[in-house]
Design a protein around this ligand. Structure first.
Ligand SMILES: Cc1cc2nc3c(=O)[nH]c(=O)nc-3n(C[C@H](O)[C@H](O)[C@H](O)COP(=O)(O)OP(=O)(O)OC[C@H]3O[C@@H](n4cnc5c(N)ncnc54)[C@H](O)[C@@H]3O)c2cc1C
Length: 452
């Protein structure tokens, strides 16, 4: 029997991989299957963003031949409806996992002590253990962080009313996504970023993100000093880069400052500075027979990485040596457009970019010059693709496929044979062909210069 702690993307993918290879698996999940991805993360953001975009789109179409009042939001009704959809997905995941043959135990935390695994006081028989206990929102260590009116993605479902004004703590993708959601819902939104906003993102995408967050105040270089919560709202004492200490007022504070590993139930395994379980590239911990995968091993905290790590752990348990390769994982951010990006390091690559074309989902963005963008990077010598950066109505899906092509070593020249649908708000194939033609031109000029 192989015991897995945690039924999020990492634990579930490991469990399915093992049972499909004929092994017996017991999956212990203290809460609901699907983990954060379903209950507090990706799916919740999808549900809220779909509604935010609908509201935004209907406001944009107003005056462009669409009559009637733009729709309004019933926030409590939306939250109830979202919960029902999440429960339905949870039932599907439960059914999928059980019917594959995984034994699932809900409702109690498993515990690892050295190489032994416990459920309550009962020690479980296990030939191998996979720790996939995930992560939770990182909370700044300031007075008042537990005040009324302070929320995270894990407590958002307890928010009863739409905030009039919301302060969002964090400068990353999660902060940007929630800022877009609440802005479209009609709240006044301020982002407080400790350093730079979206500082790890390609500058062209970052600039576009700021444009799509029109109306959101973005403050960079802001540290929290303390929070005072009361029945009338929240006051936040801050320190800024220029040495001032403004006090900001709002009715709600939302912390979206990243995730920290949830590893306190795992005793005896080696851990790093933020409590992340230390693993090698085979997802093995320092204890023989104990593996860890997903967010509990530390950032990057992303569902596809968690799933792949789960499969790598399972493969090694099955005696089929596998190592985790972190290259070519595309990333995603949902604002008005879907932002997708993936790149590999190169000192020699060059880039070209274009605004997104008009097409399904972007036609009515033309009047506001808001059709997104596509940028690709490639090696000038052979055209090998080194980066894709896109903001488009289907930018996420496009990016996944281009990232796979990058992994397979495709070049911009391969797009000469690419067959596209039309219409599509997809600038990638066009840009790749343009890049290919430019490279061939440059090649010919070089050959000409050399007299050939
Ligand atoms: C707001 C938000 C937005 C996000 N958006 C994206 C996105 O757009 N794209 C993306 O790729 N990722 C996104 N993520 C990250 C993604 O959700 C995580 O990377 C992913 O869920 C990690 O999977 P996991 O299985 O490692 O951990 P988790 O999903 O955290 O699952 C761990 C599971 O273990 C259970 N558990 C914990 N301790 C125990 C124990 N001792 N015994 C038994 N069970 C236990 C928990 O109940 C939980 O179900 C987002 C996260 C958040 C919070």
């Amino acid at each position: 029997m192989i015991v897995i702690l945690g039924g999020g993307p990492a634990g579930k993918s490991a469990a399915l991989h093992l049972v499909h290879s004929g092994r017996k698996v017991r999956l212990i999940e203290s809460s609901g299957i699907g983990g954060q991805c379903l209950h507090y993360g990706c799916m919740m953001v999808c549900g809220l963003t779909d509604v935010a975009r609908t509201l935004n789109t209907s406001r944009n179409l107003f005056g462009l031949g669409v009559l009637g009042n733009p729709p309004e939001l019933d926030f409590p009704g939306l939250m109830r409806g979202m919960r029902r959809v999440q429960e339905k997905i949870e039932r599907v995941l439960d059914e999928e996992t059980r019917s594959a043959g995984v034994e699932v135990a809900y409702g109690r935390e498993g515990r690892l002590q050295g190489g032994k695994v416990f459920l309550g006081n009962e020690e479980l028989e296990a030939e191998a253990v996979i720790a996939a206990t995930g992560s939770r929102p990182s909370l700044p260590e300031v007075d008042g962080i537990n005040s009324r009116g302070v929320f995270t993605a894990h407590t958002l479902h307890t928010m009863e009313d739409l905030p009039e004004k919301i302060l969002i703590i964090g400068g990353g993708i999660m902060a940007a996504e929630f800022a877009y959601i609440f802005r479209c819902f009609g709240s006044e939104v301020e982002i407080l970023a400790r350093s730079g906003f979206l500082k790890y993102m390609d500058p062209s995408l970052r600039d576009l993100a700021k444009k799509e967050l029109e109306g959101v105040v973005i403050r960079e270089g802001v540290q929290l000093s303390s929070i005072y919560g009361g029945s009338h709202g929240i006051s936040v004492e801050t320190r800024t880069r220029d040495g001032s200490s403004p006090i900001l007022e709002a009715d709600t504070l939302f912390v979206a400052a990243g995730l920290v590993p949830r590893s306190e139930s795992l005793e005896g395994v080696a851990k790093g500075p933020i409590g992340e379980v230390v693993v090698n590239e085979r997802m093995e911990t320092n204890i023989p027979g104990v593996y860890a995968c997903g967010d509990v091993t530390g950032p990057p905290c992303l569902t596809p990485i968690a799933r792949h790590e789960g499969v790598v752990a399972a493969e090694n348990i099955l005696g089929r040596p596998a190592i985790m390769d972190y290259r070519f994982f595309p990333q995603y951010m949902s604002l008005a457009n879907e932002f997708g990006f993936c790149s590999v390091e190169s000192d020699t690559d060059i880039s070209v970019s274009v605004p997104g074309p008009a097409g399904p989902g972007s036609f009515w963005s033309v009047p506001k010059n808001d059709t997104g963008l596509t940028k690709v990077s490639f090696e000038p010598e052979d055209g090998r693709i080194t980066g894709i950066f896109t903001a488009a109505p289907a930018g996420g899906v496009i990016t996944s496929y281009v990232a796979y092509m990058m992994q397979q070593g495709y070049s911009v020249h391969d797009f000469e044979r690419f067959r596209e649908v039309h219409p599509a708000a997809d600038g990638v194939y066009w840009l790749m062909r343009y890049a290919s033609a430019r490279l061939r031109e440059m090649q010919m000029q070089r050959n000409g210069d050399h007299g050939t």
